[in-house]
Design a protein around this ligand. Structure first.
Ligand code: COA
Length: 171
């Protein structure tokens, strides 16, 4: 799938993305707000590993955020299973050179609209670590609302953090 928005294009990852992916992802300010597995430093090998996985993925939606002709970030929807199978989780990051231009709030809103229109899911949620005010404001702007704060749910970089759960429900 491909989604052409006004500030970016959301499209599948490809082999040519390794350099731009490593360039934009190699940032502690990004890694600190992501789950473990998003490394810092972020090397070309890490990028290649991600691309190999993402290009094979068939169940979930893992897309590059293309800005100015290069992959400058990532956004994905992970579909849940069993009784949660009409729910999905959304995750995202963007290279720092492109922050505060409205790119991610547009991307989240656009991908959410797409998911509600084209899949069976009725609920999308994002799980945001307590210090990440930027992500909370961004997801609010994309039409999500705060549902819960799970106290001390996250153990990241050797410390406990609260997890803020934001959701958008299909209308
Ligand atoms: C969070 C993140 C995705 C935001 O992307 P972005 O494209 O810069 O977001 P937007 O430009 O759409 O911002 C939307 C609103 O969020 C708020 N916001 C975004 N970044 C902010 C920042 N660094 N500080 C304060 N407010 C911020 C602003 O209110 C902004 O609206 P405004 O510019 O009209 O005032 C980006 O900062 C990022 O990749 N951070 C590191 C990784 C991460 O946190 N991923 C999410 C994990 S849950």
């Amino acid at each position: 799938m491909e989604l052409v928005l006004s500030k970016s294009k959301l499209r599948p990852w490809n082999d040519n993305d390794a350099f731009s992916l490593a360039k934009h992802a190699n940032n502690k300010k990004i890694a600190d707000n992501m789950r473990d597995g998003f490394p810092f430093p972020y090397t070309i090998d890490d990028a290649q590993r991600w691309l190999n996985m993402a290009m094979k993925e068939t169940r979930h939606v893992l897309l590059a955020i293309e800005v100015n002709g290069e992959a400058a970030g990532g956004i994905g929807i992970i579909f849940k299973e069993n009784v949660y199978r009409l729910s999905a989780e959304i995750g995202y990051w963007l290279g720092e050179t492109h922050w505060r231009k409205g790119i991610m709030s547009e991307a989240i809103a656009g991908l959410s609209d797409y998911a509600f229109a084209k899949t069976e899911i009725v609920r999308l949620q994002a799980e945001i670590f307590s210090p990440n005010i930027a992500s909370m404001k961004t997801i609010l702007k994309a039409g999500f609302h705060l549902e819960a704060i799970n106290k001390k749910a996250v153990f990241k970089n050797g410390g406990l953090l609260d997890q803020h759960v934001y959701a958008r429900i299909k209308e």
